[in-house]
Write a protein that binds this ligand. Structure first.
Ligand SMILES: Cc1ncc(COP(=O)(O)O)c(C=O)c1O
Length: 340
């Protein structure tokens, strides 16, 4: 199987498994897991932030962040493609009782001006109070597209002018850092809170980190407990995270090269109407006849290639460490042979 469904399908390498099996562990609910503590300190240091909290999933880190930043009835500005809006089970409405205000362009990105235009006016008793701006970098549904740190700081200027919180869903932030040759520490200075995932391009079986200042993370820890995410000997998993931060960041460039190859192949095909310009490891494209999507994915499946539909006729292929360059060449050849 050549699995281009997601970068979440990867299995730990023998080296990662070795690190996991040899981890020193303790009860993390009592802050006694040395490997979890080491991972949290390592991540906080990397981003130049005060503290970090290790959690089971990126959904949980995002949901905790929203809960800490807001009060029931508040409003969160995010992209209409945002994971927190589309793919977290309505969590922000359920867990935090906040409403989303949706903005954005078709590539998953929005501008400082678009944010400024929709912030509720102070004292307007008709409008929900805007409390938080959430950005996703890279944008998943947008096709792995990146904000530059300069654009993010322009948004920050607006955010801070209005005394709002600023949260980054950085599930694939390391892809953006590698693609744009940027520094984690610059992101730490820009945002109030950052969620990063270890279980996507970095190849861990589980785990995400929430970063912020000490007070924010102390409150986040309380909310994590309330959400049922306080865990025990999580150090076995945290060891994978430490291994990934040490070894798997720079190799993301290979995944980007593989995605570029898929993009070039798709651009040659007359049954494709649109390919989102590839910036990282996600390839979003559309068929000339979107109604043929099922037939198309079935033909790929016959050749043991798995991809996913993202709705509205958009199809997605994701490159990752468990798919080789020669497998990508195979996919390109199969794409060229398909008749629909
Ligand atoms: C942009 C983005 N944010 C958050 C998440 C949630 O991560 P998890 O699957 O670990 O809950 C994902 C998962 O794919 C994602 O793509």
């Amino acid at each position: 199987m050549i699995d281009l469904l997601s970068d979440t399908v990867t299995k730990p390498t023998p080296q990662m498994l070795h690190a996991m099996a040899n981890a020193q562990v303790g009860d993390d609910v009592f802050d006694e897991d040395p490997t979890v503590n080491a991972l949290q300190e390592k991540a906080a240091k990397l981003f130049g932030m005060e503290a970090a909290l290790y959690c089971p999933s990126g959904t949980m880190t995002n949901q905790i962040a929203i809960k800490v930043h807001t009060q029931p009835g508040d409003e969160v500005i995010c992209h209409h493609y945002a994971h927190i809006y589309n793919y977290e089970g309505g969590g922000m409405m359920f867990n935090s009782a906040v409403s989303p205000k949706l903005i954005g362009n078709p590539d998953g990105i929005f501008t400082a001006q678009q944010v400024e235009e929709v912030i509720s006016k102070p004292g307007d008793i008709h409008a929900a109070r805007t409390k938080l701006v959430e950005v996703e970098n890279t944008s998943n549904k947008g096709g792995g597209t990146c904000y530059t740190i300069a654009e993010l700081n322009q948004i920050k200027t607006v955010v801070k002018k209005h005394n709002l919180g600023y949260h980054l869903d950085g599930a694939r932030l390391f892809n953006a850092l590698i693609a744009q040759n940027e520094n984690a520490a610059d992101y730490g200075q820009t945002f109030d809170s950052i969620s990063i995932c270890l279980s996507k391009g970095l190849g861990c079986p589980i785990g995400s980190l929430l970063l912020g200042n000490k007070d924010f993370i102390a409150e986040a820890k309380f909310i994590r407990k309330r959400f049922g995410g306080a865990w025990r000997q999580a150090g076995f998993m945290a060891a994978a995270g430490i291994y990934a931060l040490d070894n798997n960041i720079n190799r993301l460039a290979d995944d980007h090269a593989k995605a570029k190859m898929l993009e070039q192949a798709l651009l040659q095909l007359d049954y494709i109407s649109f390919v989102q310009p590839v910036q990282t490891n996600l390839v979003i494209f559309m068929l000339k006849y979107p109604a043929h999507a099922e037939k198309f994915t079935a033909q790929l499946a016959e050749k043991n290639i798995r991809i996913i539909g993202m709705g509205q006729g958009r199809l997605r292929m994701v490159t990752h460490m468990d798919v080789s360059m020669s497998q990508i060449e195979t996919v390109c050849n199969v794409l060229a042979e398909i008749k629909i």
